[in-house]
Ligand binder design. Structure first.
Ligand code: 1HN
Length: 354
């Protein structure tokens, strides 16, 4: 008792008071815009990927009826783009489906035009419903059908129109969260709603999409093909499946390629199409690219980190980075997917595992 009292009354040793001294130090250095790394090191350099992104599925029945309803509230011209954002449930208000990618469902009604603009952010549009609407990209109209996708690269002027008699709906995926991470966004809006065409409809697929290239085609970091059609790609995965070329995790899968380099269609995003045979029970897989899937045909489930996502035609689901997932398909099914893998590979940070 007497000893304790004596310790308290004498001046405190640094050893006993070190926490208070540290806190006082942190307050002082904060005023000079500095902070101690040792307090945050393990949380800024984590041993494994940390993600806020949640696995989630958007059922097309809900999405379609709400997007159709939005058609009665605003025109494509007024909205510039009539899109309902697919917000990751853990990131409401942040306009993103993963930390790096935006996804939304756009509708263009018969006779409507979505006016021409361009921006640094690149886009992939994957057609869900309708036939005969187009995206004009860099002077060429790409007419679309379900299962097709169109790319609009960095700074490519683009506008949409629908001369058909049915609404068209597509999934837009853009990399603007990445562009904005670098704080490098630019955009431009044109005076004319539609751009003048300088090439015949279908030129890009015809010139670059058939195993030959116009002589002297320069190397580019994005594909010269603007429209990858389902009609051309589906028979390839079907044939792969018949020949037994079926990946145990992904099914019979092709990666859409830039025909000049063999690289991805865009420097920031890549796309794949996979056929899962009837009764497919995929082995687990994980990779550091968060991935957006669309069910194009069939139905099944994907188990992500213990959570079961059920999907059917035109449902969209998201698998967060580094979460282990496995597909199951009781019926033959086709999955389209998009991720930021090329951006991660370019930076040398992409990893995959079991
Ligand atoms: C955009 O330009 C389009 O061109 C679609 O159709 C979705 C989402 C965010 C920013 C720009 C389009 C978009 C977008």
């Amino acid at each position: 008792m007497a000893v304790a009292a004596a310790t308290q009354t004498s001046s405190p040793s640094p050893k006993h008071n070190i926490e208070a001294m540290r806190e006082a130090f942190y307050s002082r250095i904060a005023k000079k815009d500095m902070a101690p790394l040792w307090k945050v090191m393990r949380s800024v350099v984590t041993n494994e990927p940390v993600t806020r992104c949640q696995p989630h599925v958007w059922r097309y029945g809900d999405v379609k009826s709400l997007v159709m309803e939005s058609g009665g509230l605003i025109t494509a011209e007024e909205a510039e783009r009539r899109v309902l954002i697919l917000e990751n449930p853990a990131m409401h208000g942040e306009s993103r489906i993963t930390n790096t990618l935006f996804a939304g469902v756009q509708m263009i009604m018969p006779g409507e035009v979505a006016p021409a603009h361009r921006h640094v952010s690149s886009a992939i549009r994957f057609v869900l419903d309708g036939e005969g609407a187009y995206t004009a990209v860099e002077g060429e109209k790409a007419f679309m059908a379900p299962g097709d996708f169109v790319i609009t690269a960095n700074w490519a002027p683009h506008d949409h129109g629908n001369p058909s008699d049915k609404p068209m709906l597509w999934l837009d995926v853009l990399d603007f969260p990445v562009v904005n991470f670098y704080e490098a966004s630019f955009a431009e809006h044109f005076d004319d709603a539609t751009q003048a065409t300088t090439r015949k409809d279908g030129d890009s697929l015809s010139f670059y999409g058939s195993g030959v290239l116009p002589d002297g085609t320069p190397t580019m970091n994005r594909s010269p093909v603007i429209n990858y059609t389902y009609a051309r790609t589906r028979p390839i995965i079907e044939r792969m499946m018949q020949s037994g070329d079926i990946d145990k995790r992904h099914g019979a899968r092709v990666r859409y390629a830039n025909p000049v380099t063999g690289g991805p269609v865009l420097p920031t995003m890549s796309a794949c199409l996979a056929m899962l045979p009837k009764g497919f029970q995929g082995e687990p897989y994980r990779a550091t690219d968060g991935t957006i899937f669309v069910c194009v045909e069939g139905e099944g489930t994907t188990t992500v980190d213990g959570k079961v996502l059920e999907w059917g035609k035109n449902d969209v689901f998201v698998v967060p980075p580094w979460k282990r997932y496995a597909h199951n398909a009781p019926k033959q099914s086709v999955l389209f997917s998009i991720s930021d893998r090329p951006a991660q590979e370019a930076l040398g940070i992409w990893r995959e595992g079991k």
